[in-house]
Each structure stands twice: as structure tokens, then as C-alpha cells.
Design a protein around this ligand. Structure first.
Ligand code: FES
Length: 78
């Protein structure tokens, strides 16, 4: 099954960490040859900027996402 990761690309989430989070995810996918297993896309601001940065993984929303959260999320993908 492909894991679908959507990263909020609104300016608030992007400034609060999603720029780094996006780079981190892209590098992780590349290093681990996961490009057939993980698809990344962007999502628009949903006015939840205060709890950002937001990332949605298979329709599950994560808020205040840090790099450690991402590492954990990615490590659970097989
Ligand atoms: S910028 Fe992400 S919810 Fe507003």
C-alpha cells in the first residue's frame, strides 16, 4: 500500500517547520528508496495554522509536527 503524505504548504505551516519537514521527508524517501511506497503532496491552509505545522498521513492529521515525529511516522512505514 502506498502511504500518502500531505504537507500543509500554507505560509504559516511552511514557516513553522514544514519547509524543513518536507526536505527531511524527501531525503528520507531518497535514501531508503521508498519512492514507490510513499507519495508526497501538498495541502492548502485550512486555517489551523495555530496548531501547525500540519502533516496528513493517509488521512490522519498530525499537528505541531517536529522532525522527531516525522522520524517516528516514517519508521512505521513498511
Ligand atoms: S498554513 Fe497550515 S493550516 Fe494554515
Amino acid at each position: 500500500m502506498t502511504t500518502e503524505i500531505k504537507i500543509c504548504m500554507g505560509s504559516a505551516c511552511f514557516a513553522k517547520g514544514n519547509q524543513e519537514n518536507l526536505e527531511f521527508i524527501q531525503n528520507y524517501i531518497e535514501e531508503n528508496n521508498l519512492d514507490t511506497k510513499i507519495s508526497i503532496g501538498g495541502s492548502l491552509c485550512e486555517n489551523k495554522c495555530e496548531i501547525g505545522p500540519r502533516i496528513i498521513v493517509n488521512d490522519k492529521e498530525y499537528t505541531n509536527v517536529t522532525k522527531d515525529d516525522i522520524k517516528k511516522i516514517l519508521s512505521e512505514i513498511e
